[in-house]
Design a protein. Structure first.
Lengths: 422, 164
């Protein structure tokens, strides 16, 4: 039989086929379909117009994370549509403000994501969950409504690109820098329609948090999904959540790849993506000019997890946010929020003069909790820096890892963490 | 057959340009239409007439999965989007909601204001202003079937009726 990549294998399994080839269109069973407060109203309309049929309530989730706690009247109404649907249909997988977290941090943390699953979400960063060796991809609301109603979705089987990263990473380099380096190398459409497979010794050494960061930004290269095969690290993370029933898939030894890229981890320094595209990257040491900032944001589905907050705290300790600069820190889930608080990270954040907020996507997409004015500059741990992303179309967003963002908040300009850490 | 006046855009027209997130607190198509392409060109909705088309470069619709993006374009009266390439989630969403999209590598040859005659079945595009003809990639078989069954919603309806 022909060789298959991990992505092909998962798709084949869910389409009940022995083999699927690139370009083939299949109809496959979906293990989990979900939406958030911005995308759910259209999903719900689709389902209700079909007579309200839901294939399997255990395989859907609704996570109000984008414009919550309710940002304005319209957003409150969108959340109400979601809540009413949940109540009417007795849907268990729903979290209210006070319990809810950012979907792509909450779902793995709460044990909804397992290796080998086929996952679709009405959010482009659904690719995050490929960090668990699952096939996870973002779709529009109608497609997710289709999955809610029928339990299936159609897919065009993607070709794969392999990214091998070997070697040891340096002190301040993280999974965020790996993915920014990759996007900077191949461009924002460099992986268009393709599966991005990450492997190599440096990947094996990444924590689950950092793997999620990497897979999260596969979409920023145009990728259909990002994926890292499950290993000891994955199994241990799942064991801690009492999850043991799953099947691990691997790419065949000589599976076909459209392209293969190799990187040496030790040559990747912290990256900064300049406005207005995630591919516009430079290494931190290449930045010679003083780039003053008005706002720094640490959070989002990309970098709002406990390890991100710990790194930020290590930079902020005994430091203060620069005058006239806002540092906004948003833990991605309530569990992370609590843990950060218990570990004393909030004291460090508050002593530094940062804003600390309940979980929300908020400023990442220019929603609320930290919008930029005309001409303002922000540095952010989030995933996109398109024009107007964080507020005014006349503002500028730089992307970086939590250490660089924290250091820049202290310095009032984009800076290497080494220059700030006390 | 569509006859449309062209509004030209460049590469990487992302979903934040097409419909900024500050307007995502609604899914009402008429509201969304009012802000179509706002951060790419704030005057677009004032200038564009019903039936006009958008011609663009690489990676149109990149970024978010927001279906609001093709919805805003369609509700603004745009008949068709022609681009060198489309981001994949936007591509799916466009078909799902019935916005006609076509892939054409030579969009550089088309200027703003040109009048195009577009055959959506075959992908043949005639530039009446320049007297040139181009061949867009015909819509893939599966997408044609989706369109023929009346779009994703009707496809779902049939599946449910069949008891799938």
């Amino acid at each position: 039989m022909e060789k298959m990549t991990i992505s092909q294998k998962i798709l084949a399994r869910h389409a009940d086929k022995e083999y699927v080839k690139s370009g083939e269109i299949i109809l496959a069973d979906v293990d989990l379909a979900f939406a958030n407060d911005v995308t759910a109203p259209i999903v719900i309309k689709f389902v209700n117009d079909l007579g309200g049929v839901i294939a399997d309530k255990n395989k859907i989730a609704l996570v109000p994370d984008h414009f919550t706690p309710n940002k304005d009247i319209n957003s409150a109404n969108q959340c109400k549509i979601m809540r009413d649907f949940v109540k009417q249909n007795n849907i268990q997988h729903y979290w209210e403000s006070g319990e809810v977290g950012i979907e792509h941090a909450l779902l793995p943390e709460q044990g909804y994501i397992k290796p080998g699953m086929l996952i679709v979400g009405a959010d482009s960063h659904t690719c995050t969950h490929g960090a668990f060796g699952a096939f996870a991809t973002g779709m529009g609301s109608s497609d997710v409504g289709f999955a809610f109603a029928t339990g299936k979705s159609w897919f065009r089987v993607p070709e794969s690109i392999k990214f091998i990263i070997n070697g040891k990473k340096n002190k301040w380099t993280t999974g965020k820098d790996f993915i920014l380096k990759i996007i900077g190398t191949i461009g924002v459409d460099g992986a268009l329609y393709k599966s991005m497979e990450f492997c190599g010794s440096a990947i094996s050494e990444l924590s689950m948090d950092e793997r999620m960061t990497m897979c999260n930004m596969a979409i920023e290269a145009g990728g259909k999904n990002g994926i890292i095969a499950a290993d000891e690290t994955t199994i241990n993370y799942l064991k801690e959540r009492n999850i043991t029933n799953f099947e691990i898939f691997y790419s065949d030894e000589d599976a076909q790849y459209a392209k293969v890229f190799e990187f040496d981890a030790s040559s990747i320094e912290p990256q900064v993506a300049f406005p207005h595209l995630p591919e516009n990257t430079k290494g931190i040491s290449e930045i010679k000019d003083d780039i003053k900032i008005d706002q720094a944001f640490i959070g989002s589905c990309t970098n709002g997890r406990i390890s991100d907050l710990r790194v930020a705290a290590s930079v902020l300790k005994n430091n203060k946010v620069a005058k006239y600069v806002r540092l906004i820190i948003i833990p991605a889930t309530v569990e992370i929020y609590r843990q950060a608080m218990r570990e004393g990270l909030f004291d460090i954040f508050l002593d530094a003069g940062a804003v600390v907020s309940t979980p929300t996507c908020g400023p990442c997409l220019g929603g609320h909790m930290g919008i930029l004015a005309d001409g303002e500059v922000a540095i952010s741990t989030s995933n996109r820096n398109f024009v107007g992303r964080m507020g005014s179309p006349k503002s500028f967003v730089y992307l970086a890892n939590p250490a660089v963002v924290a250091a820049s908040a202290v310095a009032g300009k984009i800076i290497d963490p080494n220059e700030v850490v006390k | 057959m569509i006859i449309a006046k062209v509004w030209k855009f460049g590469d990487n027209i992302d979903t934040d340009l097409i419909i900024p997130a500050r307007y995502l607190n609604t899914s009402d198509e008429y509201e969304l239409a009012k802000h179509c392409m706002e951060d790419a060109d704030p005057d677009f909705v004032k200038k564009a007439q019903k039936g006009d088309c958008i011609v663009s470069g690489f990676n149109f619709g990149s970024g978010s999965s927001r279906e609001h993006a093709p919805i805003a374009i369609k509700a603004a009266g745009i008949s068709c989007v022609i681009a060198k390439s489309f981001a994949r989630i936007f591509y799916r969403n466009a078909f799902n909601i019935g916005l006609t999209i076509l892939e054409l590598p030579e969009t550089d040859k088309i200027n703003e204001g040109d009048i195009l005659e577009i055959d959506t079945q075959t992908g043949k595009i005639v530039n009446k202003t320049k007297n040139e003809t181009y061949q867009a990639t015909p819509i893939p078989q599966f997408m044609q079937e989706l369109i023929e069954s009346g779009g994703l919603f009707n496809y779902a309806k049939k599946m449910i009726q069949k008891g799938v």
